[in-house]
Write a protein that binds this ligand. Structure first.
Ligand code: ADP
Length: 249
């Protein structure tokens, strides 16, 4: 295996809050092209890890490499430009804009240009076409003219994923993509994540273990800020340490 097999690697990643160690010497390696889940009980340090990866927080110690490049000191917007994008955070959905407008705004942000540029009809047509295609990709063709506010919850999450895809990420960080969803929406978003992963790497924090088992190629279990175990779902469910610390067995 070469270093290039790993799109994201952390070494000794540590975050302390006033002496409390929330993330403790974490070495996380995510293989290119996989769906990797980060799981663990509440307070394990998953969100803090995500915040460190996208530079919403500055690590106390340790390094983060993306595509072999040290991004530890990189600004959040530059990290997104490198192709590492976090969903539901960077790409906010605007409630009063339609599905199409929301995706177009995300495209505009990606391709950042002056107002005059955007008044050109041909440019607008190109971006509208691309926005429609992205809506199609996430199963939202029928919601192009619906405001985000009027969309059912599951559809709004799909729209959030579309706005993230507008940034053309090589790797997506998904923060509890199934939170607050019913069975039907979970199935739809799971299918969408699978589709999206065909040409991307995904790292997700997810509490729903059925989803984790169904989607993940690899899983890292965190407890008290540390990596407790790594492996695939079957390996981890047979791991006594994981059963005790997380699955409550
Ligand atoms: P998880 O996402 O796994 O539930 P978090 O990363 O949110 O865990 O939190 C890990 C620990 O760090 C928790 O004990 C939490 O209270 C603490 N923590 C998180 N953010 C802060 C902060 N800004 N200041 C102090 N403690 C924090």
């Amino acid at each position: 295996m070469t270093a290039n097999d790993y799109i994201l690697e952390t070494s000794g990643l540590t975050k302390e809050f006033a002496g409390f160690v929330a993330v403790d010497n974490v070495n996380l390696r995510v293989r290119r092209g996989t769906i990797h889940a980060l799981i663990g009980p509440n307070g394990a340090g998953k969100t803090t890890c995500f915040n460190l990866l996208t530079k919403f927080l500055i690590p106390s110690r340790g390094h983060i490499a993306f595509n072999g490049k040290d991004i530890t000191g990189t600004r959040p917007a530059d990290i997104a430009n490198l192709g590492l994008v976090r969903s539901f955070q960077i790409s906010a959905v605007f409630p009063h804009l339609t599905g199409l407008e929301n995706v177009r705004v995300a495209l505009q942000r990606r391709h950042g240009s002056s107002f005059d540029f955007w008044r050109s009809k041909s440019v607008l047509d190109v971006f509208n076409d691309r926005a429609r295609q992205l809506l199609d990709d996430v199963g939202l063709s029928d919601f192009a003219e619906t405001t985000a506010l009027e969309m059912p919850y599951g559809r709004k999450r799909a729209l959030e994923i579309a706005t993230t895809l507008a940034l053309d990420p090589e790797m997506l960080l998904l923060d509890e993509p199934m939170a607050g969803m019913g069975h039907e929406d979970i199935d739809k978003i799971a299918a969408l994540i699978k589709r999206v992963s065909a040409n991307r790497t995904i790292l997700m924090v997810e509490h729903n273990l059925n989803v984790v088992s169904d989607l993940s190629d690899a899983i890292t279990v965190l407890t008290r800020g540390r990596v407790l175990a790594e492996g695939n779902y079957q390996e981890l469910t047979n791991d006594q340490r994981v059963k005790e610390a997380y699955l409550g067995a």
